[in-house]
Design a protein around this ligand. Sequence first.
Ligand code: FEO
Length: 159
Amino acid sequence: MVVKTELITWSNKFACGIKLIDDQHKELVELVNEMFNHVTGNDLQEHNYFNRVINDAVSYVKTHFATEEKLMLATKFEGYAEHKKEHDSFVLAVVENINDYKAGKRLTLSTFTRFLKDWVLSHIALVDKKYFEYFKKVATRKEDGRLSISSEDVASAKM
Ligand code: FEO
């Protein structure tokens, strides 16, 4: 049996209550844990793994950012511009790290994964948290108990 290690353990303190966002954040946590579980110390194995997954990983992160930004804009969240800057600078930092990793510069899969972990944890806990209450306030609770932001919520959102 393969024992999997969690570099990040999902906790309800990361949850905002909007299923769409929480599911995406859980996927990000899963992605970091998955990468961490491919840290073997074998450079060739790690590079092969990295090359297989990194494009999908970056595209997943971009999809998540686009989802949040779309909801912020649609609901007129006033922290949108500041938040988008954080997303953009992270994408730039990731691209730099990827290029360094591919060029064999010092970075290892372990350091790259820890960089992702630190960013994901601090971003969700500090930066994303700024919209949590606002999104909850404008969202509608569906019959199954889930919170969701509908077009009616968007139309009635105020700052
Ligand atoms: Fe969940 Fe702002 O990224």
